[in-house]
Design a protein around this ligand. Sequence first.
Ligand code: NDP
Ligand code: HSE
Length: 446
Amino acid sequence: MTANNQSSFNPGKGTGEPVGVAVLGMGTVGTDVIRLMSENAEHFTHRIGGPLELKGVAVSDLSKERPGVDRDLLTDDARSLITRDDVDVVVEVIGGIDYPRELVLAALNAGKSVVTANKALVAAHADELAEAADAAGVDLYFEAAVAAAIPVVGMLRRSLAGDQINRIFGIVNGTTNYILDAMTSTGADYDDALAEATRLGYAEADPTADVEGHDAASKAAIMASLGFHTRVKFDDVHCEGITQITADDIEAAKKAGYVIKLLAICERITDSVGDESVSARVHPTLIPEAHPLASVNESYNAIYVDAEAAGSLMFYGNGAGGAPTASAVLGDLVGAARNKVHGGRAPGENTYAELPLTPFGDVPTRYHIDMSVVDRAGVLADLSARFSRKGISLRTVRQEEQERHSHARLIVVTHQARESDLQDIVKELSELDDVQEITSVIRLDG
Ligand code: NDP
Ligand code: HSE
């Protein structure tokens, strides 16, 4: 992509001028954006240098009750609303990809700044959107797209722009964290926990995006792009969700002193000859109970950043829900409106580094393998030798008796090795007569 050179200068409307706002979507997030815009109107006027004026709200169903909003402002014609002369900033909180892409591009092309909470859109079309914003000399803000209220985007875009980031990892999906936490702490059923996360407004319109890891993968793509100055798209992120995690996996992890979290891991990887590449991945991960991420519960999110000069930083807070997300949207809205009044533009993305993507098989990781093996002399030695021949060293091997005395449960934790070597050894083990079943394979971090 072309680096954002911020070539177009927005001269500004002048202090005191109102800034017209169109909000697209009035669901979980949009409702709180509109409520807080109204409740804090006077403060926003001072912070911006002119009042925010809500010019219209696009929804899909005009017959729904919308307390707190003048019915005359509602429309089901978003396309017409965004290009109106009295609209300066468009807030997109509809969700999905194709339709919001069309709307956001039309808004940018019409010279409107855009604030979106839509990670799926940004992770799929960041280049195109950034180019349209540059061409029109307007702002494209998306703080709420990653971890809702936690200011991850601003931190990567601005605060750490003078540093080199090596690793960004953490919990970036509230729904799956809520489900895993409920299954771990109360033994809740998966479906019940998902239903509750949906009721609380954490889940996407189609919660498959949450539980299959797609939502976290979009966020990983955005974080990796900003952190490594390299375009990483949704399709570049290796993604595994939590649908395969069973109550038995959670129980076994607990017994071994771990918890299971869905982690997004973005890394700058340096190979043996010093060449750098970038990896972004999302998968269930075992972390030790004493690790700070292990105590991130409910829908909370937490992100660690390792930077060359800053060292390790941790960010924690509300990662989903109407009001926390609205907080991030409104922060962006105030920024975009301020630029409309006073002139200038927000810092954009810069993908000058263009680092290659690390093939997933080359990523260094660790495995926790739970299996049932034939309980006879020599089996353990044979299995250890197989790991050793692949150059994989073992950190711990624990054996537990099983009800069937002819078999034993073997839990192996490896040291770090290449992902492809670890996948190979699992395949090799699964084909052995001595291995009755590989019950679970979960990566381990921390
Ligand atoms: P909801 O499903 O609650 O709301 C979507 C809104 O969009 C509804 O008001 C709906 O209208 C409206 N809409 C749907 N289709 C159209 C259309 N064709 N034209 C106009 N309006 C339409 O979603 P959320 O508020 O939860 O999420 C919105 C965005 O924010 C998504 O991109 C999501 O990923 C992101 N986000 C959500 C977070 C959360 O915790 N919920 C956190 C961070 C980001 P109607 O009301 O008539 O049905
Ligand atoms: N569905 C998302 C989540 C919303 O559960 O984290 C916040 O991006």
